[in-house]
Design a protein around this ligand. Structure first.
Ligand SMILES: Cc1cc2nc3c(=O)[nH]c(=O)nc-3n(C[C@H](O)[C@H](O)[C@H](O)COP(=O)(O)OP(=O)(O)OC[C@H]3O[C@@H](n4cnc5c(N)ncnc54)[C@H](O)[C@@H]3O)c2cc1C
Length: 543
């Protein structure tokens, strides 16, 4: 393998994605790009990694770590340190493209078991060495950076096995460094066949522990809940000792200790094991539906009514706003086909219409029943039934857009996403204000969808694309992003619905949470991590 910056910044390790013809056509039109612009690749990061910052950790400690985990599991060459310096936030990728790695970890350790993790944490605590848990590094909030150097503790190499599946309880006990596909494959092939039910878009390159630590949501979260709702028990190795909870289906034993660690983003300790709910894997039972609505407001009202009617819940439930709907129609070459012309004659106009995707899993009769009810409610709000195919098609390519980020950045397009949770009564205003803010920038595409839905509100997932400010790419992005977060915050959206806070959203935490709430978080941190070694320097806004 070539040891370049590009290998590190690339999404996954599969392939270099090419931008398809349909998308290229849309890009050229929206951003007024010529063929020369498209062929002119910039900041591709194709050079070999070389770090300026030398390892500053005393050799004595390096040898101690080697004696614990073995020479093959302790790395301090430039490439390993660079590989563990960043996640996938826009500035991470941009810094790698510009070959700027200011604060790599001194050392990367791949522990083989919990005993080793305990020993490593103890040495770090006694000697004030920073320690940052590292998993799929798909963090989009600057969660795995190491501003104080120290140890990056990579759990993916060894801490990655299913320990036990309990078919009677429908639970699985699993080590946290296991990647999504290996986990799901194991469950699909076990006994009566199960599924984890958790499919973030980053599924292929994120881990069970990353999901828990960053409080993630999968694409079927409307039916199965976020990771918060799936965890029964956990084991966490903290600098102050081991915390372990039990897998009761529910308890009233004081407050829920699991919740302290779900979303802790490596600031309290290393989560090494979790017991999770699983469900039967019966894809043949799934019912699919898709609809087109005349506008976003009708689609949202249909969605809200479905969620509040007590008819059962879709698992996958999405609405794309008019700009996202238009771009999918254009890139899929649906625009101006006979079907498109027909839909237009019914009043579903370009620039106003919105797609809705629905999939209901579980028992066959249940799935059919919910679909029938969804159809009745959608119709009341003018939803035109398009059959199940568009949803199935969407599901087939559900992970693919993640691969487009590299080729888009190669041709100078800033592309990023941000997401927020909002109650129904504030959703429209929040969306309008976000669009108003983002569109102040010339030539900007803003696509918004709802993809995680509750009785009381939903998330908004915002994707924006705009030409980069050449030579000033990072500062320009940081300013634009800051204005966007300010807009979300002012208009009653949460700082995050499922990406977590990391360091990128930490500056808003005090204002969002308030002094007393932050003091409580800090007190928990001070108890579990008294020396402040765990993922230090600003993660979650903690000291
Ligand atoms: C293209 C793309 C699509 C995405 N789509 C989604 C999505 O649909 N839904 C969603 O929720 N998120 C999504 N994300 C964000 C990201 O994938 C999630 O936050 C994911 O849960 C991170 O998992 P990871 O294994 O990559 O963790 P990492 O990125 O390695 O770590 C994330 C944070 O958790 C800490 N951590 C990791 N493992 C442990 C552990 N065992 N113990 C303690 N702390 C730990 C790290 O220190 C860090 O602070 C997406 C990201 C990308 C790049």
């Amino acid at each position: 393998m070539k040891k370049t910056y590009r290998e590190i910044l690339k999404w996954g390790d599969k392939h270099e994605e090419q931008i398809d013809e349909g998308t290229l056509r849309v890009l050229k039109k929206k951003f007024e790009m010529s063929d020369a612009d498209i062929n002119n690749k910039m900041l591709t990061g194709d050079t070999e990694v070389k770090l300026d910052k030398k390892v500053s950790l005393d050799e004595k400690f390096i040898n101690e770590f080697i004696s614990i985990s073995g020479e093959e599991n302790v790395k301090y060459d430039d490439y390993s340190r660079a590989e563990h310096s960043f996640g996938k936030f826009y500035t991470d990728l941009m810094n790698l493209r510009k070959e700027q790695i200011k604060t790599p970890p001194d050392l990367v350790i791949f522990p083989r078991n919990d005993d080793e993790i305990e020993k490593i944490i103890s040495i770090c605590k006694d000697n004030n060495i920073a320690l940052t848990p590292f998993a799929g590094h798909s963090s989009v909030t600057r969660g795995v950076e190491t501003p104080k150097g120290g140890v990056s503790l990579d759990l993916t190499k060894h801490i990655n096995k299913v320990i036990e599946v309990n078919e009677k309880n429908t639970t699985v006990r699993v080590q946290t460094g296991m990647y999504g596909p290996a986990f799901e494959d194991y469950l699909n092939n076990f006994g009566d066949s199960y599924s984890c039910g958790h499919f973030p878009q980053s599924f292929e390159y994120s881990t069970v522990g990353g999901w828990v630590a960053a409080r993630s949501a999968g694409q079927a979260s409307t039916g199965y809940g976020k990771i918060d709702d799936m965890i029964l028990a956990m084991k966490i190795i903290t600098p102050s000792g081991i915390i372990q909870t039990k897998d009761y289906p529910s308890t009233a034993q004081a407050w829920d200790l699991n919740k302290i660690f779900i979303g802790s983003e490596g600031t309290l300790g290393v989560i090494t094991e979790v017991t999770m709910k699983i469900r039967k894997f019966r894809p043949q039972n799934t019912s699919y539906a898709s609809f087109i609505f005349k506008n976003f407001e009708f689609a949202v009202e249909a969605m809200r009514t479905i969620m509040q009617s007590g008819i059962g819940k879709p698992h996958l439930f999405r609405i794309s706003d008019p700009e996202e709907t238009d771009i999918s129609f254009k890139t899929m070459n649906f625009d101006n086909t006979l079907a498109d012309k027909f839909i237009k004659t019914l009043g579903y106009k370009t620039g106003e219409r919105c797609l809705m995707f629905v999939a209901i899993e579980g028992d066959k009769d249940y799935a059919k029943f919910v679909k029938a009810k969804v159809k009745i409610i959608a119709k009341k709000f003018g939803g035109f039934f398009l059959g199940g195919k568009p949803t199935k098609k969407w599901l087939e390519q559900r992970y693919s857009s993640a691969y487009l980020r590299e080729p888009l950045m190669d041709i100078g397009i800033m592309t990023d996403t941000i997401e927020t949770a909002v109650t129904w009564d504030n959703l429209t205003q929040l969306r309008n204000e976000v669009i108003k803010y983002l569109k102040k920038r010339d030539k900007t595409v803003v696509m918004i969808h709802i993809s995680h839905v509750y009785e009381n509100g939903a998330n908004l997932y915002i994707t924006f694309l705009s030409p980069m400010a050449k030579e000033n790419e990072i500062d320009d992005y940081v300013n634009y992003h800051k204005g966007l977060v300010d807009t979300i915050h002012k208009n009653k959206g949460s700082l995050s619905h499922h990406h977590g806070i990391g360091r990128s959203l930490a500056p808003w935490m005090m204002d969002e949470m308030g002094k007393e709430n932050m003091a409580l978080l800090q007190a928990v941190k001070n108890h579990l991590d008294p020396k402040g070694i765990m993922n230090p320097d600003g993660t979650l806004g903690l000291k």
